[in-house]
Design a protein around this ligand. Structure first.
Ligand SMILES: C[S@@+](CC[C@H](N)C(=O)[O-])C[C@H]1O[C@@H](n2cnc3c(N)ncnc32)[C@H](O)[C@@H]1O
Length: 305
């Protein structure tokens, strides 16, 4: 399906939705980078703590001479953090939907580490996963931090992990960073910060979709809302219409009632049991799980069975 058709389908359905991959135009990636610096956005700070404290253990778990693939690598910052702990990695293959950000980040990484082969791939990983050719006997490692997995609902997360497993050979590894369930006020503030960066990121999706569709959807007509949905253990981000109004997308009229929302993102939160169950049904065996000192974020290493 064309991206334009995904957008039309999502906005004309009830409830209305937009796929979160559309956040990441150049401005969206920049705003996400700013979110990760916010004191209220716990996932990045907690994950950074785990990656720094466990760097040597992680290097040992990954082993020497690995080819490392990162889906949704964005600014490639986390790979840069762990790189000094890795023993002569053979290549790094970052993938992202935002080509401009990826190319700049991969170029920066390549200049900082000239002996590393950096092979960026601009791709929508929900459609295509262009895997590198890796010689038999060379270990492949998927590095999937940032709780990007959490943007997928449980069925889609399982399907994506199975897809990763299909590219890996027994003994290969998946290093997965996921945000954990924690008290609701902490979760909500992470997605509704008091200085409005996350609100700007959310509203920008209505601007970012203009590269795919003709539309008069106006971010000024929507409020940002983040809510915790305890039944499915996820934060949901919505854009809520301030007033009843009509907008258009590729000639389709869309009538918003006052208070009606567009669901733009879900961030599923995990716990140990859910992670173990997920590994078991997707072709992996958990090796280790580390958390930050508050127990708010987990980095786990799984072995392809
Ligand atoms: C939550 S951010 C995480 C970025 C980085 N891995 C980190 O840990 O900070 C999600 C990243 O995945 C990328 N992304 C989201 N959906 C994608 C898709 N369908 N295909 C490829 N990249 C995608 C975004 O552009 C963004 O860089």
């Amino acid at each position: 399906m064309r991206v334009a058709d995904e957008i039309i389908q999502g906005l004309t359905a009830r409830p209305r939705t937009l796929p979160p991959k559309l956040f990441y135009d150049e401005l969206g990636s920049t705003l996400f980078g700013a979110i990760t610096k916010l004191p209220w956005y716990t996932p990045t700070r907690c994950e950074e703590e785990v990656l720094r404290v466990r760097a040597a253990d992680l290097g040992a778990a990954i082993g020497p001479g690995a080819v490392i693939v990162e889906p949704g690598a964005g600014l490639c910052e986390k790979f840069a953090w762990i790189l000094p702990a890795l023993e002569q990695p053979r290549a790094f293959v970052p993938m992202d939907i935002d080509g401009d950000t990826l190319r700049i980040a991969a170029g920066r990484l390549q200049r900082a580490f000239p002996s590393l082969a950096v092979d960026p791939r601009v791709v929508d990983f929900t459609r295509d996963l262009p895997w590198p050719d890796v010689d038999a006997g060379v270990r492949q490692v998927v590095f999937y931090p940032g709780s990007t997995l959490g943007n997928l609902d449980h069925a889609a997360a399982e399907a994506f992990l199975r897809k990763l497993a299909s590219h890996l050979r027994p003994g290969d590894k998946l290093v997965l960073g996921v945000d954990l369930v924690k008290p609701e006020p902490v979760l909500v503030e992470a997605y509704d910060d008091p200085i409005g960066v996350t609100a700007a990121f959310n509203r920008n999706i209505l601007v970012a979709i203009r590269q795919h569709v003709e539309t008069d959807l106006d971010p000024r007509h929507f409020d940002h809302r983040a809510v915790w949905n305890p039944e499915v253990a996820r934060i949901e981000m919505h854009l809520v219409a301030r007033t009843a109004h009509r907008a258009h997308v590729e000639g389709h009229a869309i009538d918003f009632a006052e208070g009606e929302s567009i669901h733009t993102e879900s961030s599923h939160k995990y716990d140990r049991d859910r992670l173990e169950a997920l590994a078991a049904v997707t072709g992996f065996e958990p090796e280790v799980l580390w958390t930050d000192h508050k127990g708010w974020f987990a980095v786990t290493v799984w072995r392809r069975t």
